[in-house]
Design a protein around this ligand. Structure first.
Ligand code: AMP
Length: 445
């Protein structure tokens, strides 16, 4: 298969490529929309999409476009580049999928026309699922391309011909290097969850992939945050983009969240106590490491919970089994790491529990955004130990608000007070000092 390579700077650095972020300051309307207060004057009919697409929208049950869909769909339909600052749970996937389907339906043509880059296989599958649902009445065919599974079915689909490729960068580059995929006539490039791709070290891969795309194309760029390197990537690949911002950096209004100050020793018992309070648990629990995810899932299972772990070391088959099992309700609890949980879109997650504190304010927002998704409400609990104090302050600074502290009976002030009152006894000094240290650390909250 013929491959064409374009130089990345063929259209970069022009003055028109600067992003006008000044327009990015209007506040999100999603909260009012979610509460049903916002006027419902705009429905999907007003985008004048092909009837086959509007029929599919009805079939999946969407009635009112979300704020990002209202903002982005008309712009994307005009062929403009978009710089989307939007967190997950806002409906951003359909905001780019619908106009892409419209383009493909209008002028059918059998080659790769849209490339969607996603950081994880789970997110790639979700996007693919949405393309399948919304494109059910049209001719567009889509394939997912990611590592950890055999290349054979991906190659089969590529040979049969597809219009949309949803890919994780690493495996896509393998196919490019093997000369098995021709991206030279790609009309639309979507970079989804760019900040997470950056976290996962994919930026060099993305820059390489760009060499195989035509310079004249529409580019849609989505990220929940905009650190300097993401902004620089966006500046170099977008052409006079229209900024679209929804959700800002605060968690969606439908999530109520609080902190449970605790200690590492009390954490396991506190988690069990919290879970006992949830009547019909459908809980996503985050841990810092893969091994902690596996161990915690095993210990919850011993405590009688229907639970599965989802972490990057698991082979794809087991990850699929965990995701699908949680989705189907075979498991009530999924214990995951940040990267594995990226893009998880499971409806009706009642609670997110941060068993371990996330590293950054952005990660906190992403995690708790797993619950309270479109049209639903959810709760997020974070177990915070003394060493988390700095991150907690960072998160509160980013949110512009103090997160409520709560204590369960038996896990709060009274324990610490009791510990501090222990009489000093020979041989107990170390124990008492460590409790006092813990008291100091817990006080930070
Ligand atoms: P996303 O932010 O793209 O991950 O979407 C989050 C969830 O919202 C997905 O489950 C979508 O199916 C759902 N969704 C997207 N658009 C709408 C809409 N207009 N009405 C109701 N649900 C939607």
């Amino acid at each position: 298969m013929r491959r064409r390579c374009y130089t990345s700077n063929s259209h970069a650095n022009s003055g028109s490529r600067r992003i006008d972020t000044s327009i990015c300051h209007h506040r999100a309307e999603i909260a009012t929309w979610l509460n049903g207060v916002k006027e419902h004057s705009l429905n999907f009919e007003q985008f004048s999409l092909d009837p086959r697409i509007t029929d599919a929208i009805k079939a999946v049950g969407y009635v009112i476009p979300t704020p990002i869909q209202r903002q982005a769909i008309p712009i994307v339909l005009q062929g403009r580049d978009v710089m989307g600052l939007a967190q997950t749970g806002t409906g951003k996937t359909a905001a780019f999928v619908l106009p892409i389907l419209q383009r493909l339906i209008q002028v059918p043509s059998r080659h790769v026309r849209a490339l969607i880059l996603a950081p994880t296989r789970e997110l790639a599958e979700q996007i693919h699922g949405m393309i399948t649902d919304l494109g059910r009445n049209g001719p567009a065919r889509s394939v997912t391309i990611y590592g950890g599974v055999s290349k054979r079915s991906q190659l089969g689909a590529l040979r049969r011909g597809v219009e949309i490729v949803v890919a994780c960068p690493g495996r896509l580059l393998d196919h490019i290097d093997d000369g098995l995929i021709d991206l030279s006539r790609t009309e639309v490039l979507v970079v989804d969850e760019a900040d997470r791709m950056c976290d996962m070290g994919f930026l060099p891969d993305i820059r390489r992939i760009l060499l195989y795309l035509p310079p004249r194309r529409q580019t849609l760029f989505f990220s929940a945050t905009m650190p300097a390197e993401i902004r620089s990537l966006a500046n170099s690949i977008l052409n006079n983009p229209v900024p679209v911002q929804v959700g800002n950096l605060t968690p969606t209004a439908s999530v109520s969240h609080c902190l449970y100050p605790t200690s590492d020793t009390l954490k396991p018992r506190l988690l069990l106590a919290l879970l006992q309070q949830i009547a019909h648990p459908r809980v996503l629990i985050f841990t810092r490491t893969k091994i902690r995810a596996s161990n915690l899932a095993a210990s919850l299972e011993k405590n009688g919970y229907r639970v599965s772990a989802l972490q990057g070391d698991m082979e794809q088959r087991r990850r699929d089994e965990a995701m699908n099992g949680f989705r189907a309700g075979h498991y009530d609890i999924l214990v995951a790491t940040d990267i594995a949980a990226r893009g998880i879109d499971v409806s009706r997650i009642s609670h997110v529990i941060n068993y371990d504190m996330p590293d950054t304010a952005d990660a906190y927002t992403h995690r708790i955004g797993r619950t309270g998704r479109v049209n639903e409400t959810g709760e997020a609990f974070t177990l915070a130990v003394g060493s988390d104090e700095i991150v907690v302050h960072e998160i509160e600074k980013a949110l512009g608000a103090r997160i409520e502290r709560r204590w369960l009976p038996g896990f709060g002030h009274e324990d610490r007070t009791a510990a501090i009152r222990l009489p000093v006894q020979p041989g107990r000094r170390h124990f008492q000092l460590s409790l006092a240290g813990r008291r100091r650390r817990m006080r930070g909250f």
